[in-house]
Design a protein around this ligand. Structure first.
Ligand code: PEP
Ligand code: CO
Length: 473
């Protein structure tokens, strides 16, 4: 977590502002936190009681912000480094956070696998890693179909615990605005713990061994990780022996860890949008970074409108169907001032498409001077239904899309700026292959996701080693 002091820190540093871009400019004069309402908003729940929803939104708008404007600016600055090829983004967490699997242990285990991946990347590739969780707010899901059939019964789709429940019962699927409040409070306690873990000693580099959970440590990847942790220990001892006072080196003891989620339920995001007293700019204080999903990124739609006016760093998913002209318009809408770090494009093309579809987009947007942070989500276009009826992904397809992503960037001469993955700290069996070679008939063993299949901690660390190798080139 960035330090809370940043709530009142200096205005946006010059280094994150493009030459000539005015500080705090909103893209069009008529933007306001509710201007999205004049546009078509896809994927919004059909709340059964408008008055109850209004009461909840009013309550939310009076609650304290979850993050501070200065922290969001600090993330923009860190992402500007990734846009310039000097840092790598690791964005990771659940597909959909759960109200029922909410515990200190689950948060700690997710954080430690992310810290482990970051160590592998930093140590293995020698680049600073910008750490962003899909956490403390990732509670709403866009769906391809408004209904789903469970054991022959058609039900309204599960839309994330911020909206309805995943249990396959019709009543549980009715959107309940009280869940928006519950999501806010769960986000607040999750953030509280993350801030304590990342600033209070748990993320100290000397603890790198302790992040290796037992079921990981016994695997080949876990042992490979142990070797890195051992080398870090030796390096720390060497520095101390040279007379460097390690106690005063803040970077060894704390990490900056940022939060993000898909800005889907716009009433919730609007209610958490506040005007920064320092700059007068609007920030969506539900998370440091917000992104718009593949299903809701219509140029004239409500989601792009909302993101265009908040001053947080924002992201946009980009699927295999995206064309250059459309993407150029999205960049113009979301980052007219061409501020480095403001806009991250999260490409999710699928292993078979990435090598063909990505290079023209990289080339075209670079030619137009858009300072994009290019991040690869190798998960969402590689999903399929197994013979056993589980939504799953093959570890090999995930690695293949990543390889294609790096190849595309090498070909065009752009910087592969990061990776965006769905993972958990638990020993789940949701994605096929990887270490332990999970097979289709094992998926049912520990399949606990409420939405998309996640990498388990072993698979996640295995992936980090492969990304580090790709980064080294
Ligand atoms: C997601 O990130 O969970 C998701 C639904 O992604 P996309 O919008 O890329 O399909
Ligand atoms: Co997902």
């Amino acid at each position: 977590m960035p330090s809370p002091r940043s709530s009142h820190d200096s205005p946006m540093p010059e280094s994150v502002r493009a030459p000539g871009a005015p500080a705090g400019s909103t893209p069009h004069a008529s933007w306001s936190p509710d201007s999205w309402k004049a546009r078509p908003a896809l994927q919004q729940p059909e709340w059964p009681d408008e008055a109850a929803l209004d009461r909840v939104l009013k309550q939310l708008s009076g609650l304290p912000p979850l993050v501070f404007a200065g922290e969001a600016r600090r993330l923009t600055g860190a992402l500007a480094q990734a846009a310039a090829g000097r840092a790598f983004v690791l964005q990771a967490g659940d597909c959909s956070e759960s109200f029922s699997e909410f515990s200190a242990d689950a948060i700690r285990d997710k954080l430690r696998v992310i810290l482990q991946m970051a160590v592998v990347l930093t140590y293995g590739a020698g680049v600073p890693v910008v750490k962003i969780g899909r956490i403390a707010g990732q509670f709403a899901k866009p769906r391809s179909s408004p209904t789903e059939t469970v054991e022959g019964i058609e039900l309204p789709a599960f839309r994330g615990h911020m909206v309805n429940d995943d249990i396959p019962v019709a009543d549980a699927r009715v959107p309940d605005p009280g869940r928006l409040i519950a999501a806010y409070h769960q986000s607040a306690s999750t953030l509280n713990l993350l801030r304590a873990f990342t600033k209070g000693g748990f993320a100290d580099l000397s603890q790198a061994h302790a992040w290796n959970q037992q079921f990981v440590a016994s695997s080949a990847e876990g042992q490979r990780y142990e070797r890195i942790a051992g080398e870090i220990d030796r390096a720390l001892r060497f520095m101390a022996a040279c007379g460097i006072d390690l106690a005063v080196e803040e970077a060894l003891h704390q990490v900056d860890f940022f939060t993000s989620h898909e800005a889907l339920i716009l009433g919730y995001e609007q209610a958490l949008t506040r005007q920064d007293s320092l700059t007068g700019d609007f920030y969506d204080c539900s998370a440091h970074m917000l992104w718009v999903g593949e299903r809701t990124r219509q140029l004239d739609g409500a989601h792009i409108e909302f993101l265009s006016g908040i001053h947080n760093p924002v992201g946009c998913k980009v699927g295999p169907g995206a064309d250059l002209a459309e993407l150029e318009c999205i960049c113009e809408r979301l980052n007219p001032g061409r501020v480095p770090g403001r806009l991250t494009l999260i490409t999710r093309m699928g292993a078979p498409a990435v090598r063909d579809r990505l290079p023209p987009l990289l080339e075209g947007l670079t030619r137009k001077g858009h300072p994009v942070v290019w991040v690869c989500d190798p998960m969402h276009a590689n999903t399929f239904l197994s013979e056993t009826g589980h939504k799953t992904r093959r570890f090999d397809d995930i690695v293949d899309e990543l390889r294609g992503f790096f190849e595309a960037h090498r070909e065009v001469g752009t910087w592969p700026g990061g990776v965006h993955v769905e993972l958990t700290g638990d020993d789940v069996t949701e994605c096929l292959g990887g270490f332990g070679d999970i097979a289709e008939d094992q998926l049912h063993e520990r399949y606990t996701t409420t939405c998309d299949p996640r990498l388990n901690a072993r698979q996640a660390i295995d992936l980090a080693f492969r990304v580090a190798e790709l980064l080294r080139g």
